[in-house]
Design a protein around this ligand. Structure first.
Ligand SMILES: Cc1ncc(COP(=O)(O)O)c(C=O)c1O
Length: 424
């Protein structure tokens, strides 16, 4: 059991007897991203936050969302456990528009979730049990462990994320083929923490590996965490969700798409996401049954998702300015990505201090410090350089989504200087 859970149970003392086995395992991860973020709160450069800010430091929000805060009274009515029908319809159409490979494919209607974390929890409760295995790359968003491992007791198996600067599909296949009939695979592109999205070549290898494992008799639930969808900055990088490929890959592969407004529409507190299902040969009734399972889970837990958030999203997507505003915000993040590429090219000496991990998309990039522990660097960066970063799996994650372009050069110089000083 996690030591934080043990501590809470100790604090509860005899009252811990009230807890269920799941209740005993759960804890609040004070020490992870949240704890590190809190430590960096007062820093001049705070690259810890998984949100986005404008060049002037204000939240990066599209007017099509913020202006809609004066809503019709019906926005206060229940939305229903499946979500507002209009929003489900619009999101489905938008998925096809953003992922042309979905044209002509069969997939369920999306069910509305309280954003992606809740969608993952719904998927975990529907599909994963202690007898199954959660398969993730070794560089992954740490909340997967809390949702699947700590909350639901699903064992997790890791595979090597990169080989030669590419996604290690071979390592993934080996984990899928390991003993155990049912595997829950999470694929997250653009990835948190690395900011990496599969190239077209990687994508083909990933799909082929899952097919091989399914053909070898494994039953595989592929969870596509598309939180950062659309934020791809390089050519040759797969810019569609792999949901289309998995939707008709095999009767033994269930594709579950988790997506939403949070990161791609820059409305982190809105809490509107979606869960969508597909598998080869699925009938309309089977897909409806999966939608009902998801909505039943929603009803058993939160009843339904905020109607106000869903109405705001419907209004924003119907706004004639939506696409242009979204492009404008993409350009802000892309400009920062380009600046980081420029900084790294201009400072080859940084390679003595750290290795920049492969990145091409999303909100973040990671560096691996050389000759010194990442956590020591993180602490030193706060103390000496007033620079906040996040450490995950031995890497330092830099959230360029939060740092104005003009501060990026200083951020990288600070990281390099900190590492060099600690090694001296
Ligand atoms: C990879 C990934 N998936 C899901 C989420 C959760 O998103 P939401 O805020 O919509 O629950 C995050 C948030 O940091 C994330 O990084």
């Amino acid at each position: 059991m996690n030591t934080l859970a043990e501590k809470l149970n100790d604090t509860l003392g005899p009252a811990a007897a009230f807890l269920s086995p799941k209740g005993r395992r759960i804890y609040f991860p004070y020490g992870g991203i949240l704890g590190q973020g809190a430590e960096a709160k007062a820093c001049d450069i705070n690259a810890t936050i998984g949100m986005a800010f404008e060049e002037d430091g204000s939240p990066l929000v599209m007017p099509c969302f913020s202006k809609g805060i004066t809503l019709d009274k019906k926005a206060f009515l229940y939305a229903g456990s499946f979500g507002l029908p209009k929003l489900r319809e619009v999101w489905r159409e938008m998925q096809i528009e953003k992922n042309p490979s979905l044209v002509g494919k069969t997939f369920s209607n999306p069910v509305v979730t309280n954003a992606l974390t809740h969608g993952l929890r719904v998927a975990a409760e529907l599909f994963a049990g202690p007898e199954d295995t959660l398969v993730t790359p070794d560089l992954y968003w740490d909340n997967y462990s809390l949702i699947f491992g700590e909350a639901l007791g699903v064992p997790q198996a890791l595979f090597n994320t990169y080989t030669d600067g590419h996604f290690d599909a071979k390592a993934m296949k080996a984990q899928l083929l390991a003993p155990g009939d049912k595997k829950i695979l999470i694929l997250n592109f653009p990835n948190n923490p690395t900011g990496y999205t599969a190239t077209d070549e990687d994508a083909a290898a990933i799909v082929a590996a899952v097919k091989e494992a399914a053909d070898a008799g494994k039953r595989i639930v592929v969870l596509l965490d598309d939180a950062y969808f659309g934020l791809v900055y390089e050519k040759g990088v797969h810019n569609e969700s792999l949901f289309a490929e998995f939707s008709d890959l095999s009767e033994r592969v269930l594709a579950v798409k988790l997506d939403g407004t949070t990161k791609e529409d820059y409305v982190w507190g809105l809490r509107v996401g979606f869960i969508t299902f597909a598998f080869k040969g699925a009938t309309a009734d089977q897909l409806k049954a999966l939608e009902a399972k998801a909505a039943g889970n929603v009803r058993s837990c939160i009843s339904n998702v905020s109607s106000i958030g869903q109405h705001l999203a419907i209004a924003a997507y119907a706004d004639p300015g939506y696409r242009a505003q979204k492009k404008e915000k993409y350009d802000v993040l892309k400009a920062r990505y380009d600046e980081i590429r420029r900084i790294l090219a201009q400072h080859p000496e940084y390679a003595d201090a750290f290795e920049a991990m492969p990145f091409n998309s999303g909100y973040f990039m990671c560096v691996k410090p050389k000759g010194v522990d990442a956590e020591t660097v993180r602490k030193y960066l706060i103390e000496k350089y007033s620079t906040g970063t996040i450490v995950l799996s031995g890497l330092i994650r830099l959230a360029f989504s939060t740092i104005p372009t003009f501060k990026l050069a200083r951020l990288f110089q600070n990281v390099a200087d900190a590492i060099n000083e600690l090694r001296a």
